[in-house]
Every structure is written in C-alpha cells, then in structure tokens.
Design a protein around this ligand. Structure first.
Ligand code: C2E
Ligand code: CA
Ligand code: CA
Length: 326
C-alpha cells in the first residue's frame, strides 16, 4: 500500500450509528452514519463521530419541512420579499433592481429563514418547485409594478444549482416571462459561484443558452466558490456579486479591503459590473464607491421587504423623482 501511495497520506473518517433497538432499514442506518461522518468534513483532529440526539432532532426537523412543503405551497405560506439594489456611482444612489428572497411563514414554527429550508430542499430536489413559485411571483410583481408605476424594475431571482441540471430551465423561464408580458432582461438570474465550480461544463452550457435567450446572469457569492482564475475568463456572466463575508470587515481589516480591491480588478478584467451585498454602514459604502463598485445591496439602504412595503418604497421613489423635476 505505502509503495502505491508514495508519500501521500490517507485519513479515514468514520461516522457511527448505533441502533438502540430501532427498527430501521439498512439504507436509513447507513444514512445516519453518513450524516455523522459529514460533520467531520472540515475537521482534521477528530476521525470519528457518533450519530447523536442533536443530529436526530435536526433530521426530524428537516423531514417535517419536507413533509409540509407541498401544502405550504398550496396555502401560499411562502412569501417573497424584495431587497432593493442601488447604483452608487452617480451623485445620488439610484434604485436599479431588487432581489427576490423567499420566507416561509410556517403555521407552527413561525417565520423560517431560507438558510434553514433551502439546503434541505436542494438535497431532495424540491427546490425546483419552490424556485418556480418564486420566479412566478417575482415576474407577476414586476408586471404589477409596471402597471402601477409605469416602469420595469428588474428583479433578480435565485437559481439553485439543482435547477441548472433541468434541461427545461430556459423554456420554464421564458414561459414565465412571456405569460407576464416581460422580456427576458427583466428577470435577472443569480447563480452561486460554487455551482460553477461543482460542474463547470454543464453550467457554462446552461448559462450560455440562457444568455442567448436574453437573460442576464449575476454570479452570486463571488469569492467563496474558489473558481480558478483561469476558468473565470471563460465564464459567460453579466455581473459579479461579491460575497458579503468580504464586505463585513472592509473598514477595519486592511487585508479584507485589499481582497475586495483585487476582486474589483477581476471584474474590470472581465468587463462586468460589481454588486456588493451585505453593506450595512455608510463607511462600507463610501469605501466601495471609491473602489469603483457599481451597485450596492444591504441593510444600509433597506432590509428585504414584503411586497406591500416595497410598493411604498417605489411610491416614495416616484414622488422624489417628481420633486426633482418640478
Ligand atoms: P443570498 O442569495 O446570498 O442572499 C443574500 C442574503 O443576505 C439574504 O438572506 C439577505 O436577507 C441577507 N442580507 C441582505 N443584506 C444584508 C446585510 O446588510 N447584512 C446581513 N447580515 N445580511 C444581509 P436570506 O434572505 O436569509 O437568504 C439566505 C440565502 O437563501 C440566500 O443567500 C440564497 O442563497 C437563499 N435563498 C433565498 N431565497 C431563495 C430562493 O427563492 N431560491 C433559492 N434557490 N435560494 C434562495
Ligand atoms: Ca442571491
Ligand atoms: Ca449572495
């Protein structure tokens, strides 16, 4: 063995499930052991882990979310919130678009955040149904705002890595846009960077096809997914969205600041605009503006808002514009 491996070291991680008289089929036992093992992925000190009560209650909670999902869709327990994005390169920030972010108002658990249920639905494919619901809601909102305010405000929707494998993705999105009287460029598509690194060939093909039908693609969570710099130049994208972890310390940590500056240079090289999300304070915005960042999204301007509150924001925008012209 050591001859075959040369200097390479192999470490074995073990997940252990001990059955306490529970009657489970082999597959579920194995799943539980694997769940325990997965908790060790980023740990180099511990080699084995037991399936325990905490993992068990998480598993039960996830199962509950999965079981409740279909009824929740039918009863419209999922609601889409909208967070504005502003272009900051002029003298005054200008509202340019919004991001659609889903929330679940569960009858028993109250508001459940997407951080909790999206990963669960991504694992079993249910995310495709939910995403389609959100895209429909967002498209209907864009059309409604157009009727009320007289302009199309583009909305970006999240496209899960799972959606990318659906050969009908382009048709589904086009049908939604058509049915709501929108053109493809009204719906911006956010795809996380790590989806690109998971399966770059597939995603490049999918994204190229979407772009040729008029959709614009924003690469979400940029800086987190470890794209190879080499690969970046061949990626078909229309904007880079910096991961918010880079923004957090930009005012206090010189290295964080420099990293953001480097990412801005990468965007310049790719000739795409940069969106910074998670901007909470004025100082962060000022630094980003100086660095040439085009668009900002974050609590500094607004939290994600229920549609009714976003209506008010648009009304205020319209009034401010009318004042500016008078
Ligand atoms: P994301 O796409 O990176 O979305 C940005 C997250 O940052 C949102 O969390 C947003 O509420 C939060 N955020 C915005 N501004 C600030 C800020 O200034 N400070 C801080 N600390 N946070 C801020 P949220 O809504 O909880 O969503 C979490 C993640 O869930 C999203 O991350 C996205 O990956 C996923 N997600 C949300 N809605 C959908 C959806 O409809 N479909 C899919 N596939 N994923 C979704
Ligand atoms: Ca996003
Ligand atoms: Ca993000």
């Amino acid at each position: 063995m050591s001859e075959l491996l040369g200097d390479r070291k192999i470490t074995v991680r073990m997940g252990v499930y001990s059955d306490d008289g529970e009657e489970l089929d082999m597959e579920r036992r194995f799943d539980r052991a694997r769940l325990a093992e997965r908790k060790l992925r980023n740990s180099y000190e511990t080699r084995f882990n037991f399936y325990n009560a905490e993992l068990h209650s998480k598993e039960l909670h996830a199962e509950r979310l999965i079981n409740d999902m279909e009824q929740a869709l039918a009863e419209k327990q999922f609601r889409v919130y909208y967070q504005p994005k502003y272009n900051i390169q002029g003298t005054k920030p200008v509202l340019t678009s919004a991001e659609a972010l889903v929330r679940w108002f569960h009858p028993e658990f109250g508001m459940v955040s997407p951080g909790e249920f999206i990963p669960v639905f991504e694992k079993n494919g249910l995310i495709q149904q939910l995403d389609r619901y959100v895209w429909n809601e967002a498209a209907a909102k864009i059309a409604e705002w157009h009727r009320t305010f007289g302009f199309y405000l583009p909305v970006s929707v999240n496209v899960s890595r799972v959606d990318v494998f659906n050969p009908q993705l382009g048709d589904i999105l086009c049908e939604i846009a058509d049915r709501n009287g929108l053109s493809a460029e009204n719906l911006l598509l956010e795809i996380t960077e790590s989806a690109y690194t998971d399966n770059s060939r597939q995603i490049i093909d999918t994204v190229s096809a979407l772009r040729s039908r008029g959709f614009r693609i924003e690469m979400d969570d940029f800086g987190c997914g470890y794209s190879s710099l080499n690969m970046l130049t061949s990626l078909p994208i229309d904007a880079l969205k910096l991961d918010m972890n880079f923004i957090r310390n930009i005012c206090t940590d010189k290295k964080a600041y420099k990293l953001v500056a480097i990412m801005m240079d990468i965007a310049k090289l790719l000739e795409v605009p940069v969106i910074a999300e998670g901007v909470e304070i004025r100082e962060q915005m000022d630094l980003l503006k100086d660095l040439g960042c085009d668009i900002i999204q974050g609590y500094y301007f607004s939290k994600p808002l229920p549609a009714e509150d976003f209506d008010k924001l648009l009304t205020a925008e319209r009034e401010a514009k009318e004042h500016a012209y008078n």
